[in-house]
Design a protein around this ligand. Structure first.
Ligand code: BES
Ligand code: MN
Ligand code: ZN
Length: 499
């Protein structure tokens, strides 16, 4: 896929040459000037005529008509400055264009994309991540056409220097982050008849085998024995058996300072007896987006192998209706021992996650991050571009926030007050209720989960608005976004206990 070279040989190897061009006031410099000279000043001419723009994200294709060893050149406009976030967009647009042109072998002059704030390694990381993200295709079930697929096969990255290993590593890491995100997208887009809890568990086991993770998949009988009454209640109406999926990655000598990643794995959410309206049900196959993010992060972690300990926990079932299903007014006993009065069977995610969080603690989690498509409320509060966050620990939150910045996956914090806690604890029948009403209901869901995190530092990420998108972008198609796979992995990679 990626090949790194330390010298650009203009008369060899280049099917397609890609160079970045910043807006410059005066004359062309560097490689652009060199090419201009070889082409008798034609690049300068094109720019004068307005046929070649250096505006950020503009891409101009130029055929050399056999004048150089290179068949064609793509000039990529970079504007005046290039930030890390801009870089992703630019490379995304570039690879989308290259893919559409069905070109299979490209050569990129990496140094032409570099600035003071965007160094070579960052550019290489970004290039590889954007390549994976932007060329991602939805796995569909359409009959295949006869047209042969043409995908990019070789990306030659050329630098003017000797730091080939450094660049190789940056490319590999960026590619791993992109691919982990794509895996999360694929899982989230899968139809619910094909991605059952059993299949999700099988996928996790495959991942474990590939990356030598320890794993455990609890069956219904074991859950009953352990008393996972909250997850089991959600599963009660289903023909599909529930699974509690656990993956362990040990990157330290001892099983200490363990980070627990808990992902909501509801493979389909009908709402149960508090049934959703028919328009609201469509799309609820994505209610395992949190689980997908955790598995995507684990894939990245398996690739980059940081010196950290991670336990991933995914409570999984669908939320269905039958004569056996749980009902509003039921009182259930969670794994923690806390009892819950069910007021709304559509507030099922917090029930499944309650047992997931407790079980992560049983496996030694000292820090917790849960990710879940938890509430429609968070979409009303923050829209579709920002993930909602809640926490009981400033330091841990800061680290998750930092990672989210680095990965350009915005999060925004919502509060949890003592009054909020009172509302989730308000029940005549049980310790907690699962649905205290519409006011601030994203906060209610987070507050409920906080009752199970207890004193363990914890961050909650509600991705109901960000797990899917209705718009295609330069970094991927509409549908599942794979959001938070990267942020979780980056958070794990850089995690510090603060002691
Ligand atoms: N899975 C939904 C949340 C959701 C809504 C995800 C829209 C993605 C898009 C969750 O289980 C749910 O039904 N939440 C309810 C909670 C309510 C009953 C307290 C909601 O947000 O309406
Ligand atoms: Mn629901
Ligand atoms: Zn749900």
């Amino acid at each position: 896929m990626f090949k790194v070279h330390n010298k650009l040989e203009l008369n060899k190897m280049n099917e397609t040459l890609i160079i970045g061009m910043f807006q410059q006031n005066r004359k062309l410099s560097g490689l652009a000037a060199e090419l201009d000279q070889l082409l008798d000043g034609q690049i300068t001419e094109l720019m004068k005529e307005g046929d070649l723009s250096t505006k950020q994200k503009s891409i101009t294709k130029l055929h050399t008509l056999g004048r150089l060893g290179i068949k064609r050149i793509f000039f990529v406009g970079l504007g005046k400055e290039l930030t890390f976030a801009d870089g992703r967009e630019v490379f995304g647009k570039l690879f989308k264009t290259v893919q559409q042109a069905k070109l299979q072998d490209v050569t990129i002059a990496l140094d032409t994309f570099v600035t003071e704030d965007f160094d070579r390694s960052e550019a290489a990381y970004t290039l590889a991540e954007a390549f994976a993200l932007s060329t991602y295709k939805i796995v569909d079930y359409k009959q295949k056409s006869n047209e042969p697929e043409k995908n990019i096969e070789t990306i030659n990255v050329v630098i003017d220097g000797e730091e080939l290993d450094e660049i190789k590593t940056a490319l590999e890491v960026g590619y791993a982050f992109g691919n982990g995100t794509n895996s999360a997208r694929t899982l989230t887009n899968m139809p619910p008849n094909l991605l059952t809890a059993t299949e999700l568990a099988n996928y996790a086991i495959e991942l474990a085998n590939k990356y030598q993770f320890e794993y455990e998949v609890l069956e219904k009988e074991e859950m009953e024995r352990l008393g996972m009454g909250a997850l089991l209640a959600v599963n009660q109406g289903s023909e599909e058996p529930p699974k509690m999926i656990v993956l362990k990655y040990q990157g330290k000598d001892d099983w200490t300072d363990v980070i627990g990643l808990v992902g909501k794995g509801i493979t389909y959410d009908t709402g149960g007896y508090s049934i959703k309206p028919k328009a609201g049900i469509v799309g609820m196959k994505t209610d395992m987006g949190g689980a997908a993010a955790v598995l995507g992060a684990m894939e990245i972690i398996g690739e980059i192998r940081p010196e950290q300990n991670v336990v991933a926990v995914i409570p999984s079932t669908d939320n269905m209706i039958s004569g056996k299903a749980f009902k509003p007014d039921d009182v259930i006993v969670s794994l923690s021992g806390k009892t819950i009065e069910v007021l709304n069977t559509d507030a099922e995610g917090r029930l499944a996650l309650a047992d997931g969080i407790t079980y992560a603690k049983h496996h030694g989690a000292n820090y917790l991050v849960d990710v879940s498509t938890l509430t429609g409320g968070v979409i009303i509060a923050l829209g579709n571009d920002t993930t909602g966050a809640m926490t009981n620990n400033e330091q841990l939150f800061e680290q998750v926030l930092q990672a989210s910045h680095e990965c350009v996956e915005p999060i925004w914090r919502l509060p949890i007050t003592e009054k909020d806690k009172k509302r989730v604890r308000n029940s005549k029948m049980a310790d907690l209720n699962n649905s205290p009403g519409r006011e601030g209901h994203a906060i209610m869901a987070g507050t409920f989960l906080g009752e199970f995190a207890e004193n363990t530092p914890w961050v909650h990420l509600d991705i109901a608005g960000t797990a899917t998108t209705s718009k295609e972008t330069d970094l991927g198609p509409s549908g599942a976004t794979g959001v938070m796979a990267r942020t979780l992995a980056a958070f794990v990679e850089r995690f510090e206990t603060g002691e």
